[in-house]
Ligand binder design. Structure first.
Ligand code: 13P
Length: 255
């Protein structure tokens, strides 16, 4: 049986100055000392990536970015390429976050191109999917998830291969920053749907291997129950990743 290593990732969104970001990393490092911890990743804003990378020197905490463009270079004002993320020391990149999809109008087609470019460059994509409250209440959750998977992984489907480095994140939009977590059973049901879809499209092995993180109001108080579900392999944490106490509490599964 394939063992999936748990991953706790902090998405800092548009928060923290450089001094705040590096101070947080120092506290996380201190708090992780001697701890039998899952894999940990932080995804600061672009401006803090370099300083945070330096502050992480010699630590096992991984560095991710929150977005990238699919082209290598060019006239794309305001954008950052995957190569630039590698240059500053990122190993991962969050793609297709609901805030990118809803506020910045990113389409599945754009996300698909980003996934392809990230994988080609050796960056591990953390591909986000998730339904809005309206979609859930209309009974369309699984249709939405299927469409997002089909669209964002269109090129992977064409080549019939799920990249080994790809990580998925199920983030119900109604649970993001609202304090409303999906119940462990609701999250498990969605994760199981996603894993089954991966299995059907890419084969048993890919389905058993792919890690699926849960995101949406994860806190020290609810992480243990979420992690106890068989198809939840970690968390993508927003608000609670900005404070050392709460992020470390999540990394310790609430202890
Ligand atoms: P919150 O943990 O603040 O709900 O955010 C979740 C999220 O969007 C992580 O990417």
């Amino acid at each position: 049986m394939i063992q999936r290593s748990p991953l706790i990732a902090g998405n800092w969104k548009m928060h923290l100055t450089i001094p705040e970001a590096t101070a947080l990393v120092r506290e996380l490092r201190a708090g992780l000392q001697g701890l039998e911890a899952p894999q940990v990743l932080v995804a600061p804003p672009f401006t803090s990536l370099g300083p945070v990378k330096q502050a992480l020197e010699g630590s096992s905490i991984m560095l991710g970015a929150q977005n990238m463009h699919w082209e290598d270079t060019g006239a794309f004002t305001g954008e950052i390429s995957g190569q630039m993320l590698l240059e500053v020391g990122c190993s991962h990149v969050i793609l297709g976050h609901s805030e990118r999809r809803l506020i910045f109008k990113e389409t599945d087609d754009m996300v698909d191109k980003k996934v392809q470019k990230a994988v080609a460059l050796g960056l591990s994509p953390i591909l986000c999917i998730g339904e809005t409250l309206e979609q859930r209440e209309a009974g369309n959750t699984y249709q939405v998830l299927r469409e997002q998977l089909e669209g964002s992984l269109a090129s992977c489907i064409d080549s019939r291969a799920l990249p080994e480095t790809l990580i998925l994140a199920y983030e119900p939009v109604w649970a993001i920053g609202t304090g409303k977590t999906a119940t462990p059973a609701q999250a498990q049901e969605a994760h199981q749907f996603v894993r089954t879809w991966i299995q059907e499209v890419f084969g048993e092995e890919a389905g058993a291997r792919v890690r699926i993180l849960y995101g949406g109001s994860v806190k020290p108080e609810n992480i243990r129950a979420l992690m106890a579900e068989p198809d939840i392999d970690g968390a993508l944490v927003g608000g609670a990743s900005l404070k050392p106490e709460s992020f470390l509490g999540i990394i310790r599964y609430g202890d």
